[in-house]
Design a protein around this ligand. Structure first.
Ligand code: IMP
Length: 194
């Protein structure tokens, strides 16, 4: 089964390909002939994921999916959420976003947060949605140098180490994206088999 994945990130594509296995062929928008920038302008993760998947489907008529992820901090009313990539402004570094998050949580004792990934799938013209969540808390200072984004500040429930202190395998096994992709994979495999 061939699917277009709305990402230009090779690393992400290979990670998802590994979970789906050899029965599925993932291709990038470029490989499917879509070279325009894919819009991502909605106020929710669900809205963005479907905006990207719909965009690809309208142009290709082929099966496709898209994901969107955000860090939702309890004491900040769910921020930065859908704005996680540009929390401290457009084109800022991960470090700048992390600094702003720590500043906004200064003196705050409720450090609860979750990463949430939404995957929008369009299969045979039908729309499906999958969600992966990992609950945790925001550390008071960055820890570790692996991973990316908010990883140095996020300590998943049941652990004392941040995502940036874990191996990629250990993180993927419990992460928001890992869980959402597992659900997508289970659904696609069931469809393929029956
Ligand atoms: P995207 O939807 O996967 O592009 O993620 C949006 C933003 O959320 C990224 O720019 C990161 O700041 C943050 N983010 C997404 N996934 C992770 C993760 O696994 N660890 C840390 N930060 C993440």
């Amino acid at each position: 089964m061939k699917l277009i994945f709305a990402t230009h990130n090779r690393h992400k594509l290979e990670e998802v390909q590994a979970v789906l296995g050899p029965g599925f062929e993932l291709v990038t928008p470029d490989e499917a002939g879509v070279h325009e920038e894919i819009p991502e302008e909605q106020p929710t993760l669900e809205g963005n994921a479907f905006q990207k998947a719909d965009f690809l489907y309208e142009r290709t008529g082929q099966d496709c999916f898209a994901d969107d992820t955000g860090l939702e901090v309890e004491a900040l009313g769910g921020a930065p959420g859908v704005y996680s990539a540009r929390y401290a402004g457009e084109h800022v570094s991960y470090e700048e976003n992390n600094c702003l998050l720590l500043k906004n949580l200064e003196g705050e004792t409720d450090r609860r947060a979750r990463f949430r990934t939404v995957i929008a799938l369009i299969l045979g013209g039908e729309r499906h949605q999958f969600e992966g969540v990992v609950e945790g808390r925001i550390a008071t200072e960055p820890r570790g140098d692996r991973g990316f984004g908010y990883d140095p500040l996020f300590i998943p429930d049941g652990y004392e180490t941040s995502f940036a202190q874990m191996s990629a395998e250990a993180k993927n096994a419990i992460s928001h994206r890992g869980r959402a992709v597992e659900k997508l994979a289970a659904f696609l495999k069931e469809r393929q088999n029956g």
